[in-house]
Every structure is written in structure tokens, then in C-alpha cells.
Design a protein around this ligand. Structure first.
Ligand SMILES: [Zn+2]
Length: 204
């Protein structure tokens, strides 16, 4: 494999990127000044050293002195846990200022056709988090699913309801979903603050 093919292979591993797009990225780098390629590779290396995964909500954040991100340390309400698919969904909800509880980033959705749960999804961590929060002094009262309105989002929600049902019986918290006032296919990442507020208020 020559170096063009090798770099193309690396880009092809990115989510949603096919052979042709990967080839365009390689071509862009070949035409760019050498300084661009150097800074790109240094930035990629640096991000692995400066960014860590929050021990509580699992979003990635710029490392400081704590293993827990500021969204988690500043959460006023510890009785609610909002489950989202990805970091960008969490950012959108956080910046809309419509929710003051704790978050949990699942890291993906459960594929509809796949039977084994061997994808990048934090199911074990979710069970652990729900159990810990249920046993904490300010006990967990509600778990809110906040996934995009797609077949895969709904599938994930149903599967997680099954997964959490034993803990739900044991600790008595409720499981709710965002109100369906938002249109089908809507991505949480792009919803405006008013729509998010309505969806949270009309959860059921
Ligand atoms: Zn966090």
C-alpha cells in the first residue's frame, strides 16, 4: 500500500466517509502547504493528550484538574438524568438552558438489525450510573430519553427501557421520553431552545 492509499484508508474509517470523499481529503492535503499538514497532525496528537472523557456524563472535555466536567459539577438538580446520543446533542441542550439536571452521553444508537451489543455504546456505564444515582443521598427520580426522532432513536429508547426495567422496579424512578411535538427525523443537535423547552415540558 502506498502512502496515498494508506491515508485514504485512514479517512475511510471516519463515520459516514466513503472512498470518494476520503480521496478528496487526501487530495486537499496534497495541495495544501506543508505547514497545514504539520499543524493537522500535531493537533490530532494534542487532542489525545488534552481532552478526556468525563467520568460522570462521558462527554469529552478539555482536561483541567478534575476527572469530572463542569456541566456535571455545576448541575443543580441531581434527581434527573438525561440520556443523549452524542456530545453535540448535549452541547445543544446545555446551551439552550432548558435543563438543570445531570447528563449521560450514550455514545451512539443501537443498530436496528444488529443483535449483539458490541458497538461503541456505554450500556454498562449507564447501568452503573443509574444504580449509583439511585443509591445516592439525593435519589434519582427520573431518567429522560432524549434521542433524535428517527427509527434508530426510537429503537434505542425501547431497548434501553428493557435494559433499565429491573433497576426501575428496584428503585422506583420513572422513565420518560421527550414530547413528540418535534417533527419526525428532527436531530436533537439542531433543535432550537423553544422546541427543546416544549419537548422537555411535554415529556411523558
Ligand atoms: Zn460531565
Amino acid at each position: 500500500m502506498n502512502s496515498i492509499e494508506k491515508l485514504t484508508e485512514y479517512f475511510r474509517k471516519f463515520p459516514g466517509i466513503g472512498e470518494r470523499q476520503a480521496g478528496r481529503f487526501v487530495s486537499y492535503i496534497l495541495h495544501a502547504p506543508e505547514s497545514y499538514a504539520r499543524e493537522l497532525s500535531q493537533t490530532i496528537l494534542a487532542i489525545k493528550n488534552t481532552v478526556i472523557e468525563c467520568a460522570e456524563c462521558h462527554r469529552f472535555f478539555e482536561k483541567n484538574h478534575s476527572a469530572i466536567c463542569q456541566y456535571c459539577t455545576k448541575a443543580e438538580d441531581t434527581t434527573h438524568l438525561l440520556i443523549i446520543e452524542k456530545d453535540s446533542d448535549l452541547e445543544n441542550i446545555h446551551h439552550a438552558r432548558v435543563y438543570t439536571g445531570k447528563y449521560f452521553v450514550l455514545g451512539g444508537l443501537i443498530p436496528i438489525l444488529e443483535k449483539k451489543s458490541s458497538y461503541f455504546i456505554r450500556i454498562d456505564q449507564l447501568l452503573k450510573t443509574v444504580e449509583e444515582r439511585s443509591l445516592s443521598e439525593k435519589k434519582l427520580t427520573e431518567v429522560i430519553f432524549s434521542f433524535s426522532l428517527t427509527p434508530q432513536g426510537l429503537h434505542t429508547e425501547n431497548r434501553l427501557k428493557d435494559t433499565l426495567s429491573l433497576l426501575q422496579k428496584k428503585y422506583g424512578f420513572t422513565l420518560t421520553s421527550l414530547g413528540r411535538g418535534v417533527s419526525t427525523g428532527a436531530d436533537i443537535e439542531y433543535l432550537d431552545p423553544d422546541t427543546l423547552k416544549n419537548a422537555l415540558e411535554s415529556r411523558r
